[in-house]
Design a protein around this ligand. Sequence first.
Ligand SMILES: [Ca+2]
Length: 444
Amino acid sequence: MLCGERISAMIFLLLCFMIVSCNDTENEESRLSNEAEITSFTMTGLADAVEIKEGKVMASVLYGTDLVQIPTVGISAGATIAPEDIVERDFGSAVKYTVVAEDGTSKDWEVIVTVLPEALSNRAKILTFELDELQEDATITRGSVEGVIKSGTDLSSLKPKITVSEGATISPDSEVAQDFTDPVEYVITSEDGTIVNWIVMLSVLPSNTAKILAFELDELFDAATITDGSVEGIVKTGQDLSSLIPTIRISDGASISPASEVAQDFTSPVEYTITAEDGTEVKWIVNLDEGMILEDFEGGSHIFSETWNGGTTTIVNNPNTTGNSSAKVGELTKTVGPDYNLSLVGALPSSISNFDLSRSGKFKILYFNPNASAAQVQMKIEIPGDDYAVTVTTTKTNQWEELIFDFSDKDLDVTVDKLTFFFDYYNSDGSRKFYLDDFQQILE
Ligand SMILES: [Ca+2]
């Protein structure tokens, strides 16, 4: 048994020796590498890390990358690659390489390049904002549009034309009417679904209009005449001008001083200042005429300028202020004359501005007869081809008396040539004097 164990041990040792001898031989033979790997791969336009395994190179590039190019390929030390990696290849389809190891071992490789889809835009911008009513180009900043609209524009229904980033959408739509009285929100959704809220704020340019549009006053006989910078009106006969309360309507956004609906003294022209929305100030003059006083002998030009057939008119101090407190009156002196012994004073309507018979056929004078006997007074309206005449008789002596001449039953829509009075009409008595004042057309 012992001998047998020795033999076994010797055989074992021999085997061990033989194995070691064999390993030494193999190490000699494997000094040349058999590695034929692609160790790295780089090309222009790579989107991610390249995956290299099992004979495949998997690469992905950005949309739009030129797939015909020369990549940079890393290979195992001592190995060679064919075709050489300095050669341009078209990666539009799988590209094959063969790597040959130092020891001649070869390995086939395939490079597969995937092109990523086109990136969707995240832009959600308003690029332009157009509106005919804009005073100037709108200001577009991040998330907001501001614009100034021409004065007087109604903001409640405007249709802007809006352009947005390519691929983006807008809600509400462009060119659809919106109410811009308050800021309007537009939702812009980019191509990739990004939502951005934009605010559009429009304001109206302040107006520079400073006008009186309407002047209303119960005491006016008819509508006031409004022209640039002036208002002319005729108040009804007998009204006191010293405290009248007009209602004045002015341009939108403007203000008025003194205020509308506040009493003013219109015995002389009243100046109003209208201030437009933008601060522009315009002075307006309001001139109201009392009734239609055609002659009061107090100053200015006088309409009783004609004399005829022995009558004269002069302006004198009022001989009796009871019943007529004014300072000056007209004095009529009649001398003995032929024909109908008339005293006449004529008045030409053309010298009276704003006279219009169609307003009223009623006239009034204050008359003073200092003589013992009554007198007749005739008023005549001379029109082309005809005359209208009304005669009244005085009832008082030595005091002021109101005489009314009423032509209301006549056709008043006529052209008037002349207004004429015959004082002491049809009286053959000798030289006499009379006084008159406040000749007016009665407007009621
Ligand atoms: Ca007078």
